[in-house]
Ligand binder design. Structure first.
Ligand code: ZN
Length: 424
């Protein structure tokens, strides 16, 4: 008991304000014939942990591609989505990797979880046995069995089978100042991951649960006002799947040429790049919603769809005070459920740079600048270095042909002004 007390007591002392932007997220978004891939995973300060996570993600990515690239059933696509959480609890970096697989090969989407509790000083992953004394493990087993039977209706036989099949039944665990969390996937008939929380005080009643949380200041970002001349020609640049480590460079290039763009962001990244998106708005750029973790929205039920959208709205509002009014659905696919989200205007594009696919900067530049027309909406992704480099060439080419680069909402305003001019 004493060991646990010391470990979790030190955890308590660490809870507080953590600046998020010293960490980053890697994103892989791909769309090919039969497969859709949306992956976000964290990059921490621990190189060894990063290697472990990267290896896991790439193993999943490769085996998914191998299995489904040529799997073609009734022209159905297969989807791999990987989302994550990352928490720092005193000397531990705690990462969960959540995999969601959706394919017509399955009756229902599949969910898998992997957790990593990494001790920063010892530079190694720790197991539950490292932090929980033996005598508590039997209590945990009883507790877990009780919850699985009562809440999830899983029979004792199935629980035994699960424990037998899984090398360690408690390999997936995390904790915070109040609870120990255990995760279970692949239980028959259970669609989602089961997360069981055990109050730490049940394990060691001596733990002081008082905590100190300092919230970051929530000041509203002031967005500048611009005057636009409807007689000019306009193009809207749009960036999806960010923010990322490259977004600040994109913002700086836009600033250099005195123009603006619209960023369709992922909620799970806004939290990490808070400063970046505040800076983006301050400079007159616009933010739109592109879901939380890039799940293929048309495949979700209403509840999951709402979760993907609302979580993103909330985090943008909390960070900037701004409420997005534009939605860009993932993979550009729209259905009635998405159209019914009436707080949004759905924005697609008519010029695709394919910057996620083409490695050549010149090729991206030529796709963006070929045949420019007033009212064009160009699609790019601020998660690639090459996109930043291409942007620095694209803007002057378009500006030299007399185009002004503005946000989507500004484009809408121009349209209204022009309509008004026609009727006057
Ligand atoms: Zn996207």
């Amino acid at each position: 008991m004493k060991k646990l007390g010391i470990i979790f007591f030190t955890i308590l002392l660490s809870i507080g304000c953590q600046k998020k932007e010293n960490q980053s997220v890697r994103t892989i978004i791909e769309e090919e014939q039969n497969i859709l891939i949306g992956i976000n995973y964290p990059v921490t300060k621990s190189k060894k942990l990063n290697k472990i996570i990267q290896k896991e993600v790439h193993t999943q990515y490769n085996s998914f591609k191998e299995k489904y690239m040529n799997f073609n059933s009734l022209n159905q696509k297969s989807e791999l989505n990987i989302d994550y959480s990352f928490d720092k609890v005193k000397e531990y970096d705690i990462v969960t990797i959540h995999t969601y697989l959706n394919s017509s090969k399955f009756y229902q989407p599949q969910n898998y979880i992997k957790t990593y509790v990494y001790h920063k000083k010892k530079k190694r992953l720790i197991s539950l046995k490292d932090v929980i004394p033996k005598e508590d493990l039997s209590y945990i087993t009883k507790y877990v069995k009780h919850i699985l039977q009562q809440k999830y209706n899983i029979s004792n036989k199935n629980i035994q089978k699960y424990i037998k099949n899984n090398h360690s039944a408690y390999s997936n665990f995390t904790f915070d100042q109040d609870y120990l969390y255990l995760y279970f996937d692949q239980f028959q008939n259970i669609k989602n991951i089961i997360k069981i929380q055990i109050p730490l005080e049940n394990l060691n009643p001596k733990i002081d649960t008082e905590q100190q949380i300092i919230k970051t200041a929530n000041t509203k970002v002031k967005i500048p006002n611009k005057i636009l001349d409807p007689n000019k020609k306009f193009i809207a640049l749009t960036f999806d799947d960010g923010p990322s480590i490259y977004t600040k460079e994109v913002i700086n290039i836009l600033k250099k040429y005195n123009c603006n763009a619209t960023f369709f962001v992922l909620g799970n990244k806004v939290e990490i790049y808070q400063e970046t998106i505040r800076e983006s708005l301050k400079n007159g750029n616009e933010l739109g919603n592109h879901s939380y973790s890039h799940k293929w929205l048309i495949k979700l039920d209403e509840e999951s769809l709402k979760e993907q959208i609302d979580k993103t709205q909330d985090i943008i509002q909390e960070t900037t005070g701004y409420t997005p009014k534009l939605l860009r659905p993932t993979y550009g696919s729209v259905n009635q459920k998405i159209r019914n989200l009436d707080q949004f205007e759905i924005i697609l594009w008519n010029v695709d740079t394919l910057d996620w696919k083409y490695k050549s900067i010149d090729r991206i530049v030529s796709r963006a600048t070929k045949n420019p027309k007033d009212g064009n909406i160009i699609l790019m992704h601020d998660i690639h270095q090459r996109t930043v480099k291409a942007l620095d060439k694209i803007i002057p080419i378009l500006q030299n042909q007399g185009f002004e680069l503005i946000t989507i909402s500004e484009m809408k305003e121009i349209q209204l002004l022009r309509d008004k001019m026609k009727t006057d």
